[in-house]
Design a protein around this ligand. Structure first.
Ligand code: NAD
Length: 333
């Protein structure tokens, strides 16, 4: 039913239903690493809930999935870690028009057109890495954004994550842990041979591997990582997101080199079409493009909501399943 046609009780009921369904999907996805539905099904229901809650804000519940970073603190047996600054999610859009709208809002708030750093949206899970005097001392998952799980022992098994930085800095950096497409295929083949259920996708396989307690299993899992954020850029002496990525690289941290700075939003079109076409050629999964205000002071001015930064937005690619169906239809027509 179009939102304008909903009566208040109808809206209240639909909001409650969607909140409950999405919470259930969230438990399966974040806590059990075994999603019940495809991501685009979750995303569509989530988008509907966002619209409904915007039209009927009296029914926004603090427990709503729109108000919380996904992933409750689970009973996994891992120690809990309180994040020094919250680890947030990202707002998402599915079209160039929505990106233009986001750009217009950002430009209005800042009072000028910002440059944007474009990055690939790596399909993994967020991790925070704490270095003291250049030495890796702790790694934690995002969890509920405020409290994550201690995965230090497992992260130390990931070869691309340095135990020692090239400079003796004390800094927390954040990024994405992922499983490459080839490691994922090998792992699922092996699981099927052993009569175990295959993982639904590389993201769930990475999350499941990182959050299990046996480090010798972790050794065989071949995870990788990219670092893309720190809340302490002054320690790096940088003022933009693109410079931060260069400094991470200098420190020996793994970074994705596909980032690109644009001066105005329409310039994003080429980047999106290039990577939505080339994503199959990458050795790791991506599910979109992340647009970030490049100047870090401007990011601070824009700030965050309880769940997402206002200075970044994720453009999500159409689901691969749907694309395959579309291609099949094209062939049969
Ligand atoms: P998200 O994965 O859509 O986006 C936020 C995350 O993107 C960040 O936390 C970070 O980990 C990651 N990221 C990757 N590359 C990045 C980069 N270059 N810069 C910054 N961040 C980057 O949001 P989420 O809150 O983690 O999860 C929500 C998504 O998870 C939904 O959109 C849905 O697709 C999926 N989900 C699916 C189910 C299901 O049942 N299938 C259930 C819950 C969630």
């Amino acid at each position: 039913t179009p939102i304008e046609q909903l009566t208040t009780p109808m809206a209240q009921q639909e909001i409650a239903n969607h909140q409950e369904t999405l919470l259930q999907y969230g438990v399966a996805y974040y806590e059990q690493d075994a999603p019940l539905v495809e991501d685009y099904v979750y995303d569509a229901l989530y988008a509907r809930l966002v619209e409904l809650e915007a039209a009927f804000p009296q029914f926004i519940n603090p427990d709503s999935p729109t108000q919380n970073v996904g992933g409750a603190i689970t009973k996994s047996g891992l120690e809990k870690v309180v994040h020094p600054a919250p680890m947030l999610s990202l707002g998402d859009v599915f079209s160039l028009e929505e990106l233009e709208e986001w750009d217009a809002r950002t430009t209005k708030t800042l009072g000028f057109q910002s440059a944007y750093n474009l990055e690939l949206k790596i399909d993994g899970l967020a991790v925070a890495l704490t270095y003291v005097d250049g030495k890796l001392i702790q790694a934690s998952t995002r969890g509920n954004g405020m409290i994550g799980e201690d995965v230090t022992a497992n992260v130390k098994m990931i070869k691309v994550i340095p135990q020692i930085l090239n400079e003796p800095l004390t800094i927390e950096v954040r990024g994405e842990i992922y499983m490459s497409k080839s490691s994922f295929a090998t792992l699922n083949n092996q699981r099927e041979t052993e009569g175990l259920a295959p993982f639904a996708n590389p993201r769930n396989a990475a999350a499941g591997s990182l959050r299990q307690l046996n480090t010798s299993i972790m050794k065989q899992r071949q995870l990788s990582a990219f670092v893309y954020y720190t809340a302490e850029p002054d320690i790096l002496g940088v003022t933009t997101q693109s410079q931060a990525l260069e400094r991470f690289h200098e420190l020996g941290l793994p970074t994705d080199h596909h980032n690109h700075v644009i001066l105005k939003m329409p310039d994003i079109a080429d980047y999106i079409s290039k990577y939505s076409a080339d994503r199959d050629k990458l050795s790791y999964g991506i599910d979109g493009v992340v647009v970030k205000v490049n100047e870090l002071d401007d990011q601070t001015d824009l700030g965050n909501t309880v769940k997402i930064p206002r200075w970044a937005i994720a453009y999500k690619f159409p689901p691969e399943e749907a694309l395959t169906i579309l291609r099949d239809i094209e062939w049969t027509v």
